[in-house]
Design a protein around this ligand. Structure first.
Ligand SMILES: Cc1ncc(COP(=O)(O)O)c(C=O)c1O
Length: 448
């Protein structure tokens, strides 16, 4: 259920506590369920959404501070003019800047599993903030939440908090190098925007000098990279799920190598934590790393990450400088506490719901693809985090735009995430109906 400041239960996104922006007018309201399945006032919507996009482009380089929320990332380079800004979000719905309700299948890049504006999480955060989320001392919640994470994450005996996933993974690498006194890292996955994990303008190649990337599930490449690192291997850093579960032998090789060479096995559980299982892939598969990084769903959208791991490695964090002014801000830690309450409640199994609902969403998409005979579209991933792959990028862009017009936001080129509020026949049927209609409509438009 969504939190509500005004004491009344709201099915849709709650009314904003502040005034409606000037650009949003009464007559821009749309009815996504009209007879044709086509929203009214499409022209007005385009103007409103386009205005927010151009204002964003004028002051925010790239149009958005989060890369995946740039218009080009949402709809493709072709410049399809779909919604890029929202006013309110509740459950799995969001309310766009043009006042259109969308079912969101992206769940804020997987950072929300209980639903937007979840009542318990919001109350916990509001309470913590009202009591002063920061001071010259550490809040007791830092200790309490660290203890609770040690109770539920298999490898966790120590915890350090930071704000973002990129920070968390960078800290894990620093700790691994400090603990081993070695340089080389073998890595597979996406780890955020920091220099050592990227290439491009502004990034010195030297920043990646001791990081060897290997393809997912490729044992020969893993062997070769390990051999190249020789006795200077500090860590093997893996995102354990990349489009699919890893082969058990690939993971076992990484673990055995780290054990044999005294290197550190690190799992980046930003997406898999609080999703495949509460304790992430390591709990789901029964393979425990030395260090792991959690975030995203851990705080249901609030900004906090955690580096966790065995004491023998984690204690090296105290020998190097890893610190951030807001790392232990209590509002986000209170969110983690409320999330843990839900995930550990006796009467609910959140991860089981995410697997079940994700499987239903995937099935809905398969049915929509089959019913509309959409060519070159396939469904991938694992049930709680699945994605659509399109052979034709133009078809993909037009489909995404059309689906948004009809009321559903799908993620382009990355995961859609199942969330608890998707667990409703009405939502699942609507996702399938919109996907089918969007496929058919775009196929007609493209003359196929
Ligand atoms: C596996 C993984 N690691 C790290 C990150 C980076 O996290 P953040 O964007 O919070 O810095 C992400 C973000 O998507 C991620 O999926």
């Amino acid at each position: 259920m969504a939190f509500n400041f005004f004491g009344r239960k709201q099915e849709k996104a709650p009314a904003a506590p502040d005034e409606t922006p000037e650009e949003v007018t009464e007559d821009s309201e749309v009815d996504a369920d009209d007879e044709e399945g086509i929203p009214e006032h499409v022209g007005d919507e385009d103007a409103i959404l386009g205005d927010w996009r151009s204002r964003a482009a004028a002051v925010i380089p790239g149009g958005a501070s989060t890369g995946s929320k740039r218009p080009a990332a949402l709809y493709g380079e072709a410049g399809e003019p779909g919604a890029a800004h929202y006013l309110r979000a509740s459950g799995c719905s969001l309310f766009t800047a043009a006042e259109q309700d969308l079912i969101d299948c992206t769940m804020a890049l997987g950072s929300v599993s209980l639903g937007y504006g979840d009542d318990g999480v919001t109350r916990a955060v509001v309470n913590a903030i009202a009591q002063g989320p920061v001071s010259g001392l550490s809040h007791v919640l830092e200790v309490e939440i660290a203890e609770r994470l040690c109770d539920v994450i298999p490898c966790a005996e120590r915890v350090r908090f930071l704000k973002t996933g990129a920070e968390g993974v960078s800290a894990a690498l620093r700790i691994a190098r400090a603990a081993t006194g070695r340089k080389h890292v073998v890595a597979c996955g996406y780890f955020g925007w920091h220099d050592w994990a990227n290439e491009g303008p502004g990034i010195l190649p030297e920043a990646r000098a001791y990081v060897t990337r290997v393809p997912f599930n490729d044992e020969a490449a893993l062997d070769a990279a390990i051999a190249r690192a020789g006795s200077d291997l500090a860590a093997i850093l893996l995102e354990p799920v990349v489009e699919a579960l890893p082969s058990p032998t690939w993971i076992a090789k990484a673990k055995a190598t780290c054990e044999a060479k005294g290197a550190v096995l690190i799992f980046d559980e930003m997406k898999t934590g609080f999703r495949l299982a509460l304790g992430g892939y390591q709990q789901y598969a029964g393979v425990s790393p030395d260090l792991a990084v959690f975030g995203k769903a851990m705080a249901n959208g609030f900004p906090v990450s955690a580096v966790v791991g065995r004491s023998g490695v984690m204690d090296a964090a105290a020998t190097t400088w890893i610190s951030s002014t807001s790392a232990s801000e209590a509002g986000s830690l209170a969110a983690v506490g409320a999330v843990l309450d839900r995930y550990t409640a006796d009467d609910e199994d959140v991860c089981a719901t995410l697997w079940r609902v994700g499987a239903q969403m995937r099935q809905s998409m398969e049915q929509a693809i089959a019913a509309s005979q959409a060519p070159g579209v396939t469904v991938h991933g694992v049930d709680p985090m699945w994605f659509l792959r399109f052979e034709d990028p133009v078809f993909e862009s037009r489909f995404l735009r059309r689906a948004v017009e009809l009321g559903v936001l799908f993620k382009r080129g990355a995961y859609n995430y199942a969330a608890v509020p998707h667990d409703s026949d009405e939502v699942l049927l609507e996702v399938e109906r919109v996907a089918s209609s969007a496929f058919v409509s775009v196929l007609e438009e493209m003359g196929e």
